[in-house]
Design a protein around this ligand. Structure first.
Ligand code: LLP
Length: 420
């Protein structure tokens, strides 16, 4: 039924394996490969702590496997704290709560589980200080500048809501409420360009000098990019580590004690491990434009619509010569989903202008695979258009595990109580 030519995709699953999966499971579907995640983790072995930013891909099975090989995690909401606890990350600093705000319910669970806080506002310091003397905290500094693959992922500087600008005021509160300062954290953007890394390191050093109180660790935050496009280069991890390591050594000698170096990646660890498999529902010709409409929408995968992100797309053809719609030559297509909103287009730039993608040999019923979708794919899905969250599959040691079932529409509707 299918063209079984051997073919490897970025995440190195053979086409045969994909076919096996989609024979048993309906698309759209997320597939991750644990081996890739494991290998990416190994690349960061020089850091004292690798703290996974679970917002990138937060399935508890991924967290459990990461815990088993010694990672710690970052949580940014009560939901992510609960995921961490469920995945057996325990007290002290195995989970760090990073935020700019905190509410009563979160404070309660944080105190109960002795979770360290990475505070992005002085208000947070006051709130936790009033309830928990000597609580372990970090300060997330906003150095006054930022970076990122998109304006929306730039988390430093004047236009960013994140982090503490006035570190001296923060230190005053730390002393006033007898909080236990562990370290300084800096995360200035996701998918950042590391040419400006030295500037970030200098900002860290300047802040250490300003606070004039001792700490145990520094954190580089996340932001490590991955190559989404063919011409994009992989980040040089050794170079990246060396720059931060020199910074750490400088700080260690300044403070006269050993300082630990943490890194907090999300995308770097999981992006390349994941693919999204979708099916072509229809092919439409409107004037001279050809639209491929697939069965996944921006509720499933929002990056292309939200940031104009590029993801490599490959095809799995159904072999069926009778199908006259079979298109042989490479042609330009616009790829959209089923959402009732015209912006539901996977081929657009960051200003929302429609772009095309050259694809060959496609027909209705074929599968389109979106590559490098392990990070901020499934974790950013929503129920828009009352569409359920889709299934997640993990490949590990040649086995196929369903790590999340498809949500049922009736479970979405259950939350709404008929009142009238
Ligand atoms: N630490 C903090 C405090 C963060 O805010 C983030 C990401 C990370 C670590 C991990 O950053 P990463 O290593 O993944 O770049 N939805 C966007 C990315 C938003 C990232 C937000 N913060 C995207 O799809 O590109």
């Amino acid at each position: 039924m299918y063209n079984k030519k051997k073919f490897k995709i970025t995440m190195k699953i053979k086409k045969k394996k994909i076919l096996k999966i989609i024979k048993k499971n309906k698309t759209p579907i997320w597939i991750y490969n644990w081996n890739i995640i494991k290998n990416k983790i190994k690349l960061l072995k020089n850091f004292d702590t690798v703290r996974y930013a679970q917002k990138a891909l937060s399935n508890i099975n991924i967290l459990i496997l990461m815990k088993k090989i010694g990672l710690k995690i970052d949580a940014v909401s009560i939901g992510e704290i609960k995921r961490g606890l469920l995945s057996k990350f325990k007290k002290n600093d195995e989970i760090i709560f990073t935020s700019d705000v905190i509410d009563k319910k979160t404070i309660k669970i944080i105190i109960k589980n002795k979770i360290t806080i990475n505070a992005g506002s002085t208000n947070m310091l006051k709130k936790i200080g009033k309830k928990s003397i000597n609580h372990k905290i970090w300060i997330r500094i906003n150095p006054g500048f930022g970076n990122g693959h998109n304006k929306k992922t730039n988390t430093g500087g004047k236009n960013s809501k994140h982090g503490i600008w006035n570190i001296k005021k923060a230190i005053k509160n730390i002393k006033k409420y007898k909080l236990n300062l562990q370290g300084l954290h800096i995360h200035i953007g996701s998918g950042a360009d590391y040419n400006h890394l030295k500037k970030v390191c200098i900002a860290m050093i300047k802040n250490i000098i300003k606070i004039n109180i001792t700490i145990k660790s520094i954190s580089t935050g996340g932001g490590l990019p991955i190559p989404y496009k063919k011409y994009e280069k992989k980040i040089n991890i050794n170079k990246y580590f060396n720059i931060w390591n020199n910074t750490r050594n400088y700080i260690s000698s300044y403070l006269g004690k050993k300082i630990k170096l943490e890194i907090e990646p999300g995308r770097f660890l999981v992006a390349e491990s994941g693919i999204l498999i979708t099916k072509i529902n229809t092919i439409k010709k409107i004037n001279n434009k050809k639209f491929i409409l697939i069965n996944a929408g921006f509720n499933d995968f929002i990056r292309p619509c939200m940031y104009g992100s590029y993801h490599k797309i490959s095809i799995i053809n159904k072999k069926n010569k009778k199908n006259k719609k079979y298109i042989k030559k490479k042609k330009k297509f616009i790829i959209g989903g089923p959402i009732c909103e015209s912006g539901d287009i996977f081929t657009q730039n960051k200003n929302g202008n429609i772009k095309t993608r050259k694809l060959k040999k496609i027909k209705i019923g074929d599968y389109l695979i979106f590559h490098n979708t392990g990070a901020y794919g499934s974790s950013m899905s929503s129920n828009y258009n009352t569409r359920p969250l889709i299934k997640e599959i993990l490949l590990k040691n040649k086995k196929i595990y369903i790590i999340r079932k498809k949500q049922k529409i009736k479970d979405i509707l259950k939350l709404e109580k008929k009142i009238f």
